[in-house]
Write a protein that binds this ligand. Sequence first.
Ligand SMILES: Cc1cc2nc3c(=O)[nH]c(=O)nc-3n(C[C@H](O)[C@H](O)[C@H](O)COP(=O)(O)O)c2cc1C
Length: 221
Amino acid sequence: MKKDFSSRPEKETTQWVTWQASLTAIPSLVFVVTGWKSNGKENACLQSWTAFRGGGKDEFVCIMSAVSKNGHMYQSLKETGVCVLNFPSQDIYDRCIKTIGNNDFEMDEITAAGLTSEKAAKVNAPRIKECFLNIECEFLWEHDIFENTGVYGYEEVTIALKVVNICMDSERYDQSKLGRYGKTGYLYEFDHPTNPETGDGVLNVSTGTIELTDPIPWITK
Ligand SMILES: Cc1cc2nc3c(=O)[nH]c(=O)nc-3n(C[C@H](O)[C@H](O)[C@H](O)COP(=O)(O)O)c2cc1C
């Protein structure tokens, strides 16, 4: 049975995201944003809530909807104007998580997490060698999305990036080999999926992959 929710359910227990985010728990791509800090050290920041769109003459734009204004990533991107979006598969995600615990300003965060830093091809930023896809970007614009920091204390902006180079493992763009999806492909996060009526659920960030289904016949009438 479908039910309507227009205000926070009484039993909702989530503390880290809004109740709407926890109710819908819409999957979101996970990737690591890398760049140089002002002291010349590597910065690495796990990120999600992002959309990608190709359009215009030959353009590809990325909209990161929720960038914390208090983190190194925002600072580094505003200073250098560039960054790399690095997409991990499941087998290296344990190391990507270590970027969170190795987030000191004085640290080379890619190296400290047990990953390998390499030079990007078109922008002045480090990229992660082990990631199967690296998207090199230039800063376009930012926009405040919330009127205030609210009860969750977020101070976030939406940032648009212009893609200037894409580096992808040939085994992933060949769907007959490792491919882009399934257990070896893109990683998603499912943010705190809870039952709004009981408060039960996953009070943490869960991750998973997606599988392509058999094609659905394209009959539009
Ligand atoms: C799966 C996952 C997704 C995340 N997504 C975001 C995000 O979209 N925006 C954000 O500001 N922080 C996000 N974070 C938290 C940051 O990765 C974390 O605060 C990081 O240490 C900040 O790094 P920085 O200081 O280099 O910016 C996420 C964390 C995880 C584990």
